[in-house]
Design a protein around this ligand. Structure first.
Ligand code: FAD
Length: 272
C-alpha cells in the first residue's frame, strides 16, 4: 500500500451520474487484487477532508494502469467527476482484503447490484484466466442503470440482467434470477457466489447461499475514513468479533457477517 499522485489518462462520463477513470500507476497496477480499493483524495483543499473509497474496477498490469468506476452521489464524487484528463489525483492503495478464489470451484456466480458491479469486473477477468466458468448476474432499477453489459459480453461471459421496472432482462430483483440460476445448477458444491451491492441485496443473497449451502463472499460498503484500520470507524460485527471493513474486508465470507447471518440472527433474537 502506498500514497501516490497518479495521472488521469482518461475520464469518461458514460451514463447518468456514472464515470470511469483510467489511472496510471506501476505500483498499484502490479500489486492490486480484485476486490481491493483505493482511497481517493477528491480535492486539494479541506472540504471534504476525508478521502473517498472506490473499488478497483479493472487492473491492467501490462499497460500499468487501473480503472475506477463510480457514481456521483454527493460532494466528494462530484468534485472527483470534475477532474480532467492529464491532471493527477492522490490515491492511497491498494487497500483492504479482496476476493479469494478457490481453484477447486468450477463455477463462479458474480452478483452485482447497480454500482456493485464495479469490483466484480476485475474478479471476472481473473477467474476467466483461471479457467473458472464465470456467470454474471446484474440487477438495477432500470435499463439505463445496468452498467458494464457490453464489456462483460466482450469477455464472453454468460450474463443475465434483472430490472425492477422490467426495462431490461427479467422484471424483478437480481436475487430472483440468482435463485433461478441456482436451481438449475448441477453441482452446487463446486460453485461460489461473489456479491457486491446494496445491503438488502447482500442479505438476501447471503440467505440464499446459506440455504443452498453454497460458498459466498460479500464485498461490504461502510463509511470509511482512514482506509488503513487506524480510526476503527468502519467496524462490523462478525462471528469472530468486530472487524474493520477497510482492513479485514471489504470482502468477507457471508457466514461471518452477523447482520447477514441467518443462524446468528436467530440465536440473537432468541436471546442465546
Ligand atoms: C470499500 C468501498 C468501495 C467502494 N467502491 C465504490 C465504487 O467502486 N464506485 C462507487 O461509485 N462507489 C463506491 N463506494 C462508495 C463511495 O465510497 C461513496 O459513494 C462515496 O464515498 C460518496 O462520497 P460523496 O462525498 O460523493 O458522498 P457524500 O456526500 O459523502 O454522501 C452522499 C450520499 O451517499 C451516501 N454514502 C456515502 N458514502 C457511502 C458509503 N460508503 N456507503 C453507503 N452510502 C454512502 C451518504 O449516506 C449520502 O446519502 C465504495 C465504498 C466502499 C466502502
Amino acid at each position: 500500500m502506498r500514497q501516490e499522485e497518479v495521472k488521469i489518462l482518461e475520464h469518461k462520463y458514460f451514463a447518468p451520474y456514472f464515470f470511469k477513470l483510467t489511472l496510471q500507476s506501476k505500483e498499484i497496477s502490479q500489486s492490486a487484487a480484485p476486490g481491493q480499493f483505493v482511497n481517493v483524495r477528491v480535492t486539494n483543499g479541506t472540504n471534504p477532508l476525508l478521502r473517498r473509497p472506490i473499488s478497483i474496477h479493472r487492473i491492467n498490469r501490462q499497460t500499468e494502469t487501473f480503472e475506477l468506476l463510480y457514481e456521483v452521489v454527493g460532494k466528494g464524487t462530484k468534485l472527483l467527476s470534475q477532474k480532467k484528463q492529464g491532471e493527477t489525483i492522490s490515491v492511497l492503495g491498494p487497500l483492504g482484503k479482496g476476493f479469494s478464489t478457490d481453484q477447486n470451484k468450477k463455477t463462479a456466480i458474480l452478483v452485482g447490484g447497480g454500482m456493485g458491479i464495479a469490483p466484480l469486473f476485475a474478479l471476472a477477468e481473473d477467474l476467466i484466466k483461471k479457467s473458472i466458468d464465470v456467470n454474471v448476474l446484474i440487477g438495477a432499477k432500470s435499463k439505463k442503470l445496468i452498467i458494464c453489459e457490453s464489456e462483460l459480453n466482450a469477455l464472453g461471459i454468460k450474463l443475465q440482467t434483472a430490472t425492477e421496472d422490467g426495462s431490461c432482462g427479467t422484471k424483478g430483483l437480481v436475487s430472483d434470477i440468482l435463485q433461478a440460476f441456482i436451481e438449475g445448477l448441477a453441482d452446487k458444491k463446486s460453485s461460489s457466489i461473489f456479491a457486491c451491492g446494496p445491503k438488502a441485496m447482500l442479505k438476501t443473497i447471503s440467505e440464499i447461499a446459506s440455504k443452498k449451502n453454497i460458498a459466498c463472499q460479500l464485498s461490504l460498503e461502510a463509511y470509511i475514513a482512514c482506509g488503513i484500520g487506524a480510526c476503527k470507524g468502519c467496524a462490523v460485527e462478525t462471528t469472530n468479533g468486530y472487524k474493520l471493513v477497510c482492513k479485514d474486508g471489504p470482502v468477507f465470507d457471508a457466514k461471518e457477517i452477523c447482520s447477514y447471518n441467518a443462524a446468528y440472527s436467530a440465536a440473537t433474537l432468541s436471546g442465546l
